[in-house]
Design a protein around this ligand. Structure first.
Ligand SMILES: Nc1ncnc2c1ncn2[C@@H]1O[C@H](COP(=O)(O)OP(=O)(O)OP(=O)(O)O)[C@@H](O)[C@H]1O
Ligand SMILES: [Zn+2]
Length: 710
C-alpha cells in the first residue's frame, strides 16, 4: 500500500510550502483546496501544488490533511502554471500568489467551520437558484399582463440588435480591429491612439470577434472608477447575445459575496468577458482568446504590497503562455512598451485622429515666473474659466494635491505641522461644515488644528501652499454663481460617491470640476472644453528617473479630457519653466519625440528598459538597523557569491526619502543587471541564503522585481 503526501501552498509569512500526509482512501489531486493543521491548533485552507510518494519530513513531525474541499473543481493546470510563473518571477512563495487572489470565502477557514457546516459555495448556489426561480416567475407574470393588455412588445423585441449599437469605424480603427482579430497566436500589440481616438470601440469590436469564436476575454482597466463606464458598454453589447452571466467584474471594493459569485461564474466558465482592475489577470478562465490592457502605462497596474506584481507584465506572460494576442492600449505608452515596439518585439497600431471630428485641444503655457497669482490661479486661467461659464461649457482644474494646504506654519518661530509617527508634514484639511484637522497622508494619523503654535505660543498660524480643498474654496468665491465640484480621494471615500459625482459631471450639473489624477484618465466628458493645470513643475525636478515619463503621461492624459466632443478647447498649463523640453513636446502633442529622447537618455545612463532592477527594502525600528542589515547581506554576497555576482551590480544601501512611516524606518538596496537571467540566477541563490542564514527578527525585508519607483 503506497502512502501519499501532498505539498500544499499556504498564505503564511514563511518561505516554504508544506507537506502533509494523505489519510488512506482520501482522493487528492493537484489544484484542490484542502484544510490542513498549521502551527499549534490552527486549521487553515491551502492549495495542493503537488502529490508526492515521499517526503523529507521526519515521521514524528508529519501531519494529516484534515479535509479535501470539493465544492469547486480543482484549479486547472494552465491556471496553476500561471501562478507558479508569477511566484518564481517575483521571487515569492507560491502560497502568497494563489491564496490572496481567491475571494475570501474560498480561503477563510471560518467560512467552512461555521454553525451551518455547509460550504459558502453551496450557500451561494442555493441563493442563485432561488433568484433564477423568482426571475422566471416575474417574467411569466409580465408576459401574462402584456398578453391581456394586448401590448406588442415582447422581451425579444426589446433587445437591440448588436449591429445597431456598433459605431461605424474609421479606417484606422477598422485596421486595428482587423489586425487584432486576425492575430491567432501570441501577438503583443501596442494600440497607440491619441486621447479620444476611440480605442474603446476597437477593444469592443475585437472582443466581439473573440466571443463569436466561442472564446473569452480579459479586459483590464487601471482604476475601479473606470469599471462602470466600460461595464455599461459591455453589458449593452454582449448580454443580449450571451446572457446575464457573460460579463463579470473583479475589483477590490466588491463585497465578499460579490467576489465569490463572480469567481464561481468564472470557474464554471459561464463568463465571457471579465472586466476589472489588476487582480483580474488571475481570472480562472480556461478558454481565453484575447487580453486587453487599457491605459497600459498606468502605475496602478503595479501592486504595492504583498506580491508586488505588474498586472500588465503578467498579462503579456499569460498571453504568451496561451499563445493568444494581447492589446496594450494608451495615448502615452510606458517607455518599456515603446521600447519593445521600436525593437520589433511588439507590433504597433496607431490611431492618430480623434474619433469625433474635433481636433486635439490647444495646449498653452502660462508663464507664472513673475506673475502675481490669485490663490494659485493666473488671470489668464480665471478669464478662460469665465468664458466657459458664459458659453455653458465645463472647465476642469487639475491639481494633484489633496487637502486644503500641505502644511501649517508658525509665522513667528517657523514651527511646521508634522506627523508624530512619520517623517512628513501633516496636511491641513478644511471643508465647510466639518471640523478642520491636520492629517498625515502616509499613515492616516490625524489631530485637531492647534489654536496657537505648540513651540512659541504665537496664535498667528498660516496655511502654506494650496491643495484641492483650498482651490475649490477659491473658485466658489471667484465664481459664486457657478456649480463647483471637487473629485478626489477625500470627496469619494464613501462607496458609490465617486459614481455619483461622475454622473453629475456627465449630466451637466457641474460647471467647474476640481480634481486630482483620479480625474485624468479614461473618462469621456462630453461638455468639457477647458483644462487648467496647476503646480505641474513640482514633479519636474524629482529625483526619480521615471518622474518625467510619469509627468508627461499625466499631463497628456489630463489635457486629453478637453474638447472630446466640443471644438475650440484649451488647456492652460501654469509653469515657471515654459522652455523645458517636456512642456515643449507637450504643446505639440508630440509623444513620439518625447519618448524617443527619454529612451535615448535612459540608454546612455544604463537605466530600464536597458537594465533590469530588483529592490530590497529593509524595515526596522531605526534606520541604522535597516542599513546594517543591508550591509551584511551585501558583505555575504561579495564574500560567498562572487562567481554569481558577475554582470550584476549592487548599489550602496540608502535610507528612503521618507525614512519613517508609522514609527518604522526604512532603507533600500538596488540590484541591477543588463541580463535578466543573470539577475534572477543571482537573486535566487542570494535570497535563499538571506532567508536561511542572515534573517534577524529585528529587521523585516521585502523584495520587489522591476520596481516602479526607487
Ligand atoms: N468610429 C467612431 N465614430 C464616432 N464616434 C466614435 C467612434 N469611435 C469612438 N467614438 C467616440 O469617441 C469618443 C472617444 O472615444 P474613447 O473614449 O474610446 O477614446 P479613447 O481612445 O479611449 O481615449 P482616452 O485615451 O482619452 O481614454 C467616445 O465618445 C466614443 O463614443
Ligand atoms: Zn503619519
Amino acid at each position: 500500500m503506497t502512502s501519499y503526501w501532498v505539498r500544499v501552498a499556504l498564505d503564511v509569512p514563511l518561505e516554504a510550502v508544506f507537506d502533509y500526509r494523505v489519510p488512506e482512501g482520501m482522493p487528492v489531486c493537484r489544484g484542490q483546496r484542502v484544510i490542513v493543521p498549521f502551527g499549534g491548533k490552527q486549521e487553515i485552507i491551502g492549495v495542493i501544488v503537488n502529490v508526492l510518494t515521499q517526503t523529507d519530513i521526519p515521521p514524528e513531525k508529519q501531519k494529516d490533511v484534515i479535509n479535501v474541499l470539493d465544492d469547486l473543481p480543482p484549479f486547472s493546470e494552465q491556471w496553476l502554471q500561471f501562478c507558479e510563473f508569477a511566484a518564481q518571477y517575483y521571487m515569492r512563495p507560491i502560497g502568497e500568489v494563489i491564496l490572496p487572489v481567491l475571494p475570501p470565502p474560498l480561503r477563510k477557514i471560518t467560512a467552512y467551520t461555521g454553525k451551518t457546516k455547509t460550504s459558502p459555495v453551496e450557500r451561494l448556489d442555493k441563493k442563485l437558484a432561488n433568484q433564477v426561480i423568482r426571475a422566471e416567475k416575474e417574467q411569466k407574470k409580465r408576459l401574462k399582463q402584456q398578453q391581456s393588455s394586448g401590448s406588442e412588445t415582447t422581451i425579444e423585441a426589446s433587445i437591440k440588435p448588436l449591429q445597431a449599437i456598433l459605431l461605424a469605424l474609421n479606417d484606422e480603427q477598422q485596421q486595428a480591429v482587423d489586425v487584432i482579430s486576425q492575430a491567432k497566436k501570441f501577438t503583443p500589440i501596442l494600440l497607440h491612439g491619441v486621447t479620444g481616438s476611440g480605442k474603446t470601440e476597437v477593444y469592443l469590436q475585437a472582443i466581439a470577434h473573440v466571443l463569436a469564436e466561442g472564446k473569452q476575454a480579459i479586459f483590464l482597466v487601471p482604476e475601479i472608477n473606470l469599471t462602470p463606464q466600460f461595464e455599461r458598454l459591455l453589458i449593452e453589447r454582449f448580454v443580449p447575445l450571451y446572457g446575464e452571466r457573460a460579463i463579470a467584474i473583479m475589483h477590490s471594493s466588491l463585497s465578499d459575496g460579490e467576489r465569490l459569485s463572480s469567481w464561481l461564474h468564472m470557474q464554471r466558465q459561464e463568463v465571457k468577458v471579465i472586466l476589472g482592475t489588476r487582480m483580474s489577470i488571475f481570472a480562472p478562465l480556461e478558454n481565453l482568446g484575447l487580453i486587453i490592457v487599457d491605459e497600459e502605462h498606468d502605475a496602478s497596474y503595479k501592486q504595492q504590497d504583498g506580491l508586488r506584481y505588474s498586472a500588465r507584465d503578467l498579462a503579456v506572460w499569460r498571453a504568451h503562455q496561451l499563445n493568444i494576442p494581447i492589446v496594450l492600449g494608451s495615448a502615452t505608452p510606458s517607455l518599456e512598451t515603446w521600447h519593445h515596439t521600436l525593437s520589433g518585439k511588439y507590433q504597433k497600431l496607431s490611431l492618430t485622429q480623434r474619433a469625433k471630428e474635433t481636433p486635439l485641444p490647444c495646449i498653452k503655457l502660462v508663464n507664472t515666473k513673475k506673475m502675481r497669482l490669485n490663490q494659485g490661479l493666473s488671470a489668464d486661467l480665471i478669464s478662460a474659466i469665465d468664458e466657459r461659464l458664459q458659453r455653458g461649457e465645463q472647465s476642469m482644474i487639475y491639481l494633484n494635491r489633496r487637502g486644503f494646504a500641505p502644511v501649517l506654519r508658525c509665522s513667528s518661530c517657523g514651527w511646521t505641522s508634522e506627523c508624530m509617527r512619520c517623517s512628513v508634514h501633516t496636511v491641513l484639511h478644511q471643508v465647510p461644515g466639518q471640523v478642520p484637522i491636520l492629517q498625515c497622508h502616509h499613515c492616516g494619523y490625524s489631530t485637531q488644528v492647534p489654536t496657537h503654535c505648540p513651540e512659541c505660543g504665537n496664535v498667528d498660524l498660516s496655511a502654506l501652499g494650496y491643495g484641492t480643498q483650498r482651490l475649490e474654496d477659491t473658485l466658489m468665491r471667484l465664481f459664486p454663481e457657478a456649480r463647483v465640484k471637487r473629485i478626489d480621494a477625500d470627496s469619494t471615500r464613501l462607496k458609490g460617491s465617486a459614481q455619483e459625482l461622475f454622473q453629475q459631471v456627465h449630466s451637466g450639473d457641474v460647471d467647474i470640476i476640481v480634481g486630482t489624477q483620479m480625474l485624468s484618465k479614461g473618462h469621456d466628458f462630453k461638455r468639457l472644453s477647458l483644462v487648467g493645470v496647476l503646480n505641474a513643475d513640482m514633479m519636474l525636478f524629482s529625483g526619480d528617473f521615471r518622474a518625467p515619463e510619469r509627468l508627461f503621461a499625466q499631463l497628456m492624459q489630463v489635457a486629453g479630457r478637453a474638447g472630446r466632443h466640443i471644438r475650440d478647447s484649451d488647456v492652460l498649463l501654469q509653469t515657471e519653466y515654459p522652455d523645458h523640453h517636456l512642456y515643449q513636446a507637450l504643446i505639440s502633442h508630440d509623444y513620439d519625440s518625447f519618448a524617443n529622447q527619454t529612451l535615448m537618455e535612459r540608454k546612455m545612463a544604463h537605466l530600464p528598459p536597458f537594465a533590469h532592477q530588483v529592490l530590497i527594502t529593509a524595515q526596522a525600528k531605526d534606520v541604522e538597523q535597516a542599513l546594517a542589515f543591508l550591509q551584511s547581506i551585501i558583505q555575504y554576497a561579495k564574500q560567498y557569491l562572487e562567481e554569481r555576482l558577475k554582470g550584476v551590480e549592487i548599489y550602496d544601501p540608502v535610507p528612503l526619502k521618507i525614512v519613517r512611516i508609522a514609527h518604522i524606518e526604512r532603507a533600500q538596496l538596488l540590484i541591477e543587471s543588463v541580463s535578466r537571467p543573470a539577475l534572477h540566477r543571482f537573486m535566487n541563490v542570494w535570497l535563499h541564503h538571506i532567508y536561511h542564514e542572515l534573517r534577524t527578527h529585528k529587521v523585516k525585508y521585502f523584495v520587489e522585481v522591476d520596481p516602479l519607483s526607487i
